[in-house]
Write a protein that binds this ligand. Sequence first.
Ligand code: THU
Length: 265
Amino acid sequence: MPQNPPAGPDRLRGHAQAVAARAHVPYSRAPVGAAVLFESGGWLAAPRLENASFPLTISALQGALALAATAGAAPVAAALSRPLTRGERALLEDWTDGPWRLAAPDLAVREGGAAPVVGAAVRLTLRLPPPPDVAGGAALALAAADRAHVPASDFAVGAAVEDGEGQLVVGANVELDGDWSRGLCAERTALVAARAAGLGPVRRLYVACVRAPGGTPCGGCRQVIAELAPDAEVVVWRGTDPPEVTTPAALLPAAFGGERLSVGQ
Ligand code: THU
């Protein structure tokens, strides 16, 4: 047993700070991480993922809340690697439909929630039995749609991301009822999960629109995929085998990239 293990809030802060190292912040150069804690003691963390099209940036807290929603868990505390903004406090209240208070500038706790006791990370990664094949990944994306939280659309989408080592994570779309703009598509949730879990460069991104086998990644996701998974194969479930296999460049020709953006220089 270690002497004086860090108390709950410090451990949650530590997870937020550690995941910030996985941020994609070529524009601000200001890494941010967020960690959310559940009553069970389980926790999830996510890094900030910027995009050359700034409004498509996924904030660390938005990413962590999306992962929590796909895990079916309600956060009772949240730590940031820097002080929370007013917008982040509002996001917590809107997302969980209840009041939160700041226990410290970088730590919010849900009113009436238990004192944070930080246990084990919620596991994000999995592997497919070898040999890795696109049909197996597409089936995984289809199954991941069960994790969707879609009170607004009732349109569940599942996704999975695979790296070059055969490690996978899954994601699903999440929505805030009454505010359609702050949820995340399945592809983006899976990309957050991949960065959060420390996967290497994306080899394949799988997507399955359960209710619409003809569905393909939306324009916003194409822009995010082009930046975070430029060399990936994009595998689209079509309701039949084999799935469609395409590329980010084919999905988004002449994409707006960040090469000419210079912020804060
Ligand atoms: N959606 C995705 O998850 N991926 C896409 O590429 C298309 C749209 C979700 C977002 C929203 O939750 C619902 O489908 C309706 O737009």
